[in-house]
Design a protein around this ligand. Structure first.
Ligand code: FES
Length: 318
């Protein structure tokens, strides 16, 4: 992560929202207003294990006295969200950044929200914001495994949301996934806001390929999943102009490795969604894992915060 300022906030409330999902309400230690945020914003939190994680704010942005986070403890955890859930109590102070927003809600004639699992968090803030202004020009499709794992189920099953929300349970079976085609078959004037696991976002990207791409928005850092996979292999990156080579270990991203080697590589989301770390790919076969590059852009670019290599070497201009 880039250097960001963190300040202590108090855990004013901590409670279970749904199976494996916790609600954290954060407030200024002495009370008072917090820095403002807009719908879709997130904060960076330092966990007790020393890791930094980004979490979307899920309350109405008009509220200035608190930040409300929905946190899923990945099991088995990697010491990030699970450490936050397991090693903190109400009234503890944790280090939190000011809000940032890589998924801002824009004015649009209509809004279609698609959330999967814990990806509901930024979208809760968005629909709360719209509802608070009396707007009804939206609908939400919210996909979860079952009722027990559905955060905010009570809120979404009651006015003003219930009539605009479809909650779909797939029972953990990919064959029972929601069929989005009817919703997106005809390109409309709506903007689409999608947050959830990669398969859901890939599905939505696939069924909206004929929509204006400027109307389709994705966010995915609401999970601990990151980009690491058990079968990741080391590879080399070489600078196209200087010839410098850097070995990328299996458990480390290109971004982190270049940074450790002293290069100033810009980043923001570090989850392949914001576009900040876009880097020129000169040659080599990339293993693209981002959600921002188009197929055309993938020919000559790579998002170095998440993507890796299928070939032994990538030649880049970082
Ligand atoms: S830092 Fe956001 S896509 Fe890489």
């Amino acid at each position: 992560m880039e250097d960001i300022d963190l300040r202590p906030l108090r855990i004013a409330e901590k409670k279970i929202l749904a199976e494996g999902i916790w609600l954290f309400e954060l407030a200024a230690p002495g009370g008072g207003e917090l820095p403002p945020f807009e719908a879709g914003a997130h904060v960076t939190v330092e966990t007790p294990s020393g890791k930094r994680r980004q979490y979307s704010l899920c309350n109405d942005p008009a509220e200035r006295h608190r930040y409300v986070l929905g946190i899923k403890a990945e099991r088995p955890g990697r010491g990030g969200s699970s450490s936050l859930v397991d090693e903190t109590s109400e009234d503890d102070e944790i280090m939190v950044s000011a809000p940032d927003n890589s998924f801002p809600l824009r004015e649009a004639p209509d809004h279609i929200f698609v959330a999967g699992g814990i990806g509901i968090t930024p979208i809760m803030s968005m629909i709360r914001h719209l509802a608070a202004r009396g707007q009804t020009n939206y609908r939400l499709i919210y996909c979860t495994r079952d009722a027990a794992s559905t955060a905010f189920l009570d809120d979404l099953s009651a006015p003003p949301f219930a009539e605009r929300v479809t909650i779909h349970h797939d029972g953990g079976d990919p064959n029972q996934a929601y069929d989005f085609w009817d919703l997106f078959e005809k390109a409309g004037k709506a903007h689409v806001w999608c947050c959830g696991p990669a398969p859901l976002m890939e599905e939505v990207r696939g069924v909206t390929g004929h929509w204006p791409q400027s109307a389709i928005h994705f966010e995915d850092f609401a999970t601990d999943a990151g980009a690491a996979r058990a079968d990741d292999k080391p590879f080399t990156v070489r600078h196209a102009e200087t010839g410098e080579t850097v070995e990328i270990p299996a458990g480390q991203t290109i971004l982190d490795t270049l940074r450790a080697a002293g290069h100033k590589t810009p980043s923001s989301c570090e989850s392949g969604t914001c576009g900040t770390c876009k880097t020129v790919l000169v040659s080599g076969e990339a293993d693209h894992r981002d959600m921002v590059l188009t197929d055309e852009e993938k020919q000559g670019h790579i998002m170095i915060c998440v993507s890796r290599a299928l070939s032994d070497e990538l030649v880049l201009k970082w």
